[in-house]
Write a protein that binds this ligand. Sequence first.
Ligand code: SAM
Ligand code: SF4
Ligand code: SF4
Length: 339
Amino acid sequence: MFVNNIIDKNGRKLEYLRISVTDKCNFRCGYCMPQEIFNHNYTFLSKKNLLSYEEIIRFSKILKNIGLKKIRLTGGEPLLRKNIERLIYSLKEKNQINNIALTTNGSLLDNKMAKNLKSNGLDSITISLDSLNDFTLNKINTLKNSKLKILNAIDIAIKLFGFVKVNMVVMKGINDLEIISMIDSLNDPRIQLRFIEFMDVGETNNWNIDSVITTNDIKEIITQKYTIEKMINSKNSTSKKYKILETNQEIAFISSISDPFCGSCNRGRLSADGKFFTCLFSNHGYNFLDLLRNTDDDNKILSDFIKIWSNRTDKYSESRSEMDNHKKRNKIEMSYIGG
Ligand code: SAM
Ligand code: SF4
Ligand code: SF4
């Protein structure tokens, strides 16, 4: 039932699905799950409302019919979900999705687990690390002594996968003075350090345009010490890669605020409870959990999906500067929609 050329209102195909396998996390990064909101009073999704692995596999297989090529497993913290290697195996072997990636905070990734993920078909890992200063890191993610665990996870990922991407969300007054020390400490050609602009995802992280350090700000800091040269970037890539000529390191910039990439946005997001979101900044998701549980007809699910994708008009990041920043839009939280 392959259906060719399904495009949205801006000519974009669905090629990449980010799947949140859980909304829970063992960290409380202030920019994502501030602890004053995500505390013991917060209600996370119940087990019966989570998509099972079988349901995720079925949904992805249906989307393969319109050109899905890549899946990223994320969350919340995806490694909190038990036996995630089984999901990876089926997505790769049964569904023949060629590119399976995972984004993790690294705290639970040990050697055994990493080997298990790789042998079941995981292609790459991205690990988040916002600082190498214990005090700063603890202030950002609240889990005590996380640095050694994350660094260990980076080492393991390098050994097994030969390459690892490391995400650093740069925020004014929090970790912006650590850009050079992060580059120097992660000086390894097998690491791509990615500087991410702090985004206004959700409604709880107190985002403010003044707390954003833009890619240009970061480049200015880096070029006081190093020479950087733009590398060749693939068409739909959200990050722009550069080489540091003096050290041969690869770095990248994700500039959702200062240089949005909605024009080439080929991705959708599936929440852990089966809602499909056409944009990271959506305030509305389409419920596929009920459909997956109530019908055996894959064609019905596909045709519903095609209607949704064909009507997609999202370009939030491109319109952000024209919007009233003080207005609440009930945007979905990052830990739920999947970062
Ligand atoms: N828990 C995993 C982790 O932290 O890597 C996966 C989920 S997390 C939501 C995915 C990525 O989103 C992380 O690299 C995180 O730093 C990033 N992120 C979360 N909130 C963000 C925000 N407000 N602005 C920019 N990046 C954000
Ligand atoms: Fe958890 Fe990742 Fe969000 Fe941090 S960014 S709170 S590690 S989901
Ligand atoms: Fe895609 Fe929405 Fe991000 Fe634009 S703002 S790049 S449409 S997810």
